[in-house]
Design a binder for this molecule. Structure first.
Ligand code: ADP
Length: 260
């Protein structure tokens, strides 16, 4: 099948969607449908931004259309949450408690999970890191991992949105625990209220989207993650992107502004 490097969106509908089994499960798990190998250089991107800014949605669009793998640390924890308890290591159970409260999981646990998945960083389709790094210590550890693999970052996209819009997005977000689809009570409504369009599951609010956890997440962002903006600015990798508007608006802006 012929693919188009310059307009990868054209390819998106032609290719089977790649899965992320190796990332979500770790260990020896392998992806059934790995991302296709791009004709030119693969993208190696980091997505930054406060919780609720829409990073996850952009990550989905970008990974589907640019064919790079969406590596989200939050998704590893959510996947672990749906495992039966005996399959969760004590470190993961501990991490899930932090997550429930909206606090950052300790760097050591997060770094161990990422370091256990070097194949995903090497993936020939490239990657898009979402939710990692989240602290300077994580960013420094990532530098070491990437150096070892001889991988250079293409860019760090920093999604920006005023706080009141972020709060509106988070408080209206509903997710399907079954197939992980994401909806919003005002801007991305399911066809039937409270029911997932894709699998018919009952939509719920994420535990860490409840107001008390959101406050903690925002504080953690300001304290630990915002300093990464300067960290990547100094490396001339940072590209700010206005995150206002529909997911398609923001996607187009990302492509025009950053990924030409
Ligand atoms: P958000 O919607 O806030 O961007 P994510 O889905 O990326 O959230 O992550 C959800 C939660 O998982 C975080 O609030 C945190 O508890 C935990 N988490 C995910 N990635 C990291 C990380 N790199 N460092 C520490 N904690 C993390």
């Amino acid at each position: 099948m012929k693919t188009n490097r310059f307009f990868p969106e054209i390819n998106a509908g032609m290719m089977p969607k790649h899965d992320r089994t190796a990332w979500l499960k770790g260990g020896n798990a392998q992806c059934l449908t790995p991302p296709r190998k791009p004709l030119g250089n693969a993208w190696h991107l980091i997505l930054l931004g406060a919780p609720g800014v829409g990073k996850g949605t952009q990550a989905e669009l970008l990974s589907e259309r640019l064919a790079c793998c969406h590596l989200s640390t939050g998704d590893i924890f959510r996947a672990a949450k749906s495992c039966i308890e005996k399959d969760q290591t004590p470190a993961l159970q501990n991490a899930l408690d932090y997550m429930k409260r909206g606090e950052l999981v300790p760097d050591g646990t997060v770094l161990q999970l990422v370091a256990e998945r070097p194949r995903c960083l090497r993936c020939s389709g490239g990657f898009l890191l979402d939710g990692f790094p989240r602290t300077i210590a994580q960013a420094e550890a990532l530098e070491v991992l990437l150096k070892k693999e001889n991988i250079r970052l293409t860019a760090v996209l920093d999604y920006e949105l005023p706080l009141e819009k972020i709060i509106a997005r988070i408080s209206g977000r509903r997710v399907c625990p079954g197939c992980k689809a994401v909806f919003h009570v005002a801007t991305r409504r399911p066809k039937i209220e409270g029911v997932c369009d894709q699998c018919g599951g009952e939509l719920v609010q994420r535990e860490d989207d409840r107001p008390e956890a959101v406050k903690v997440r925002m504080h953690a962002y300001e304290e630990s993650t915002r300093p990464l903006i300067e960290f990547y600015q100094k490396q001339r990798l940072l590209i700010p992107v206005d995150a206002d508007g529909s997911p398609e608006d923001v996607y187009r802006r990302t492509r025009l502004r950053a990924l030409k």
